[in-house]
Write a protein that binds this ligand. Structure first.
Ligand code: SF4
Length: 435
C-alpha cells in the first residue's frame, strides 16, 4: 500500500492544509498534502480482469504486490486465474540476473500454457520502477514475438505513480493507441461497468435511437471499439483523466455530464448523450421514464433510514463527489466533508454545480488532520478505505468501504436503490449491534 506519494498534477502545494482555492472552481476547496492512506493502482486488476474476459494481467512486482492483489481479490478462486505476479526477487534487485530474460521466460511459459489469452498487460509496480525495468520495450519485444495472436501492452499500477482507481485509468489509456480508427459518428462509453449495467445502458440508448454505441473496455480483446474525430465519448467513471486525454488526442470529443450514480445523475448523464446525438425530449422521456421511476421508488425505500443522517467521505476512489451529490440530493443526507484524492475540475464541473454549498470539499490528504475533523464531527456514516475503517469502527463510528463501490454494480437506474442500500446496511448493522 502506498502511504505517501501519488501521481497527478502538482495541485497540492504548500503546507498541510491550505484553506481555500477559489480560482479554478467556483467554490472553496481545502487542499491537503500529507500522509495518505490509499491502495496503489494494482487494485484495479480485480475488476478489470473480470471485465475483459480474454485479457491477462501480469504484475511485474514483488511478493508484496502478489499478496495485495490476492487479498484484494479475497476468496475468488478460479480454475484458470487471469492475473498473476512475475516476482522480482533479490537477484533482480541486486542486478545479478537479467530481469528482461526472466520476464520473457515467464511470458513464454504463460502463453504456451494459456492459448486463450488474447491481450496481455504487463503491469508495472514499485519494484519494477526501482530497478528501471522498461516494460514498454518489453511489451513491444514480446508483442513482436507473439503477435498477431496476442497483443501485449503495459501500464503502471505502482504506488509511486498511481492510487487505487488510477490503475484503471492507466490501463484504459494504454488501450487507446491500439484502438482502430473510424470516421463514424459513434458514442463511446468509457470506464469499466458491470456487464449487467452495460446491457441496461445499451438498451436505453437503443430505445432513444442511439444505436452506434461502443464500450471501453470491451468484454473481448478482439472487439476493441474504434475511435476518430466523429466519436463522442461519455465518461462512466470520474477517474479517467489520462484515458480522456488519449481519446482527445485521437480526435474524439468528450460529452460533459455528471456521472451515472443515482436517478438524477443517470438521467443527466443519459440526457447529455441524447443531446449530443440529437434525440428529441419526447423520445428521451419515453425511453427513460419507466426505468427512472423504478429507480426513484427503489431509492425512496431507504429515505426513512438515511434522510438527515450525516456522512463524511475520506479521499479514496475518486467517486466521492458524485456520491456526495447523490446522497445529499436524493437521500436528503447531510454530507459534512467530501474528500477526493484528486479533483479534476473539468470532468467534475457538472457534479460540482449540483453539490450543496454546505459540503466541505477537500483534495489530497493529511490523514491525521482529516481523522481529527471526522472524529470532531461524529458522522453517522464514514466512507473510507480499508485501512481507516477498522480503527474508526473501534472508535464507535459506522463505516462503509469505498472499494465496494468499485466491486458492486452501482451505476444506472436499476442500481440506484442498491447504491442507497450500501449506505443503509452498515447503519442497520450498527443498530442491531447496539440493541
Ligand atoms: Fe506495494 Fe508498490 Fe506493489 Fe502496490 S505496486 S503492492 S504499493 S510495492
Amino acid at each position: 500500500m502506498d502511504r505517501g506519494r501519488r501521481r497527478g498534477p502538482s495541485v497540492m502545494t504548500g503546507t498541510a492544509a491550505l484553506p481555500v482555492d477559489q480560482s479554478a472552481a467556483e467554490r472553496p476547496i481545502l487542499r491537503q498534502r500529507g500522509q495518505r492512506e490509499v491502495f496503489c493502482g494494482l487494485t484495479g486488476i480485480i475488476w478489470l480482469h473480470r471485465k475483459i474476459q480474454d485479457a491477462f494481467f501480469l504484475v511485474v512486482g514483488s511478493r508484496t504486490c502478489a499478496h495485495l492483489i490476492q487479498s484484494a481479490a479475497g476468496v475468488m478462486i478460479f480454475a484458470e486465474p487471469r492475473f498473476a505476479t512475475a516476482i522480482i526477487d533479490e537477484r533482480d534487485l541486486a542486478g545479478l540476473a537479467d530481469a528482461n530474460d526472466e520476464l520473457d521466460a515467464v511470458v513464454t511459459q504463460l502463453l504456451q500454457r494459456r492459448p486463450d489469452i488474447k491481450l496481455l498487460f504487463l503491469v508495472g509496480s514499485c519494484p519494477s520502477e526501482v530497478i528501471k525495468l522498461d516494460l514498454s520495450r518489453a511489451a513491444s519485444r514480446l508483442g513482436h514475438r507473439f503477435g498477431p495472436d496476442v497483443r501485449v501492452l503495459n501500464y503502471s499500477g505502482s504506488g509511486i505513480e498511481t492510487t487505487f482507481t488510477q490503475g484503471e485509468d492507466a490501463c484504459l489509456a494504454a488501450l487507446v493507441p491500439v484502438l482502430p480508427a473510424t470516421g463514424a459518428a459513434e458514442l463511446l462509453v468509457v470506464g469499466a461497468l458491470a456487464d449487467v449495467v452495460e446491457d441496461q445502458f445499451a438498451r436505453l440508448f437503443a430505445a432513444m435511437g442511439v444505436v452506434r454505441v461502443r464500450f471501453l473496455p470491451p468484454r473481448q480483446a478482439a472487439a476493441l471499439p474504434a475511435v476518430g474525430a466523429n466519436t463522442r465519448f461519455l465518461l462512466a467513471q470520474p477517474f479517467l483523466a489520462d484515458t480522456a486525454r488519449a481519446l482527445e488526442q485521437r480526435g474524439a470529443v468528450r460529452i460533459a455530464a455528471p456521472f451515472p450514480l443515482g436517478v438524477e445523475g443517470t438521467t443527466l448523464w443519459l440526457r447529455a448523450a441524447a443531446s449530443a446525438f440529437g434525440v428529441s425530449d419526447v423520445r428521451f422521456q419515453t425511453a427513460t421514464e419507466l426505468a427512472s421511476e423504478r429507480g426513484r421508488r427503489a431509492v425512496a425505500r431507504y429515505l426513512p433510514q438515511l434522510a438527515g443522517k450525516r456522512m463524511f467521505l475520506f479521499p479514496d476512489s475518486q467517486l466521492e463527489i458524485p456520491l456526495a451529490r447523490f446522497v445529499s440530493r436524493e437521500l436528503a443526507m447531510q454530507v459534512i466533508e467530501a474528500g477526493t484524492p484528486y479533483l479534476h475540475r473539468q470532468h467534475l464541473a457538472e457534479e460540482l454545480a449540483l453539490l450543496p454549498e454546505s459540503i466541505v470539499l477537500s483534495e489530497g490528504q493529511d490523514v491525521e488532520r482529516q481523522l481529527d475533523r471526522c472524529r470532531a464531527a461524529r458522522p453517522d456514516v464514514v466512507v473510507c478505505g480499508l485501512g481507516l475503517a477498522n480503527p474508526l469502527e473501534a472508535e464507535g463510528l459506522t463505516t462503509k468501504w469505498s472499494i465496494e463501490l468499485l466491486f458492486t454494480p452501482v451505476q444506472g437506474y436499476d442500481q440506484a436503490g442498491d447504491l442507497a442500500e450500501l449506505f443503509a446496511r452498515p447503519l442497520v448493522r450498527r443498530t442491531r449491534l447496539a440493541v
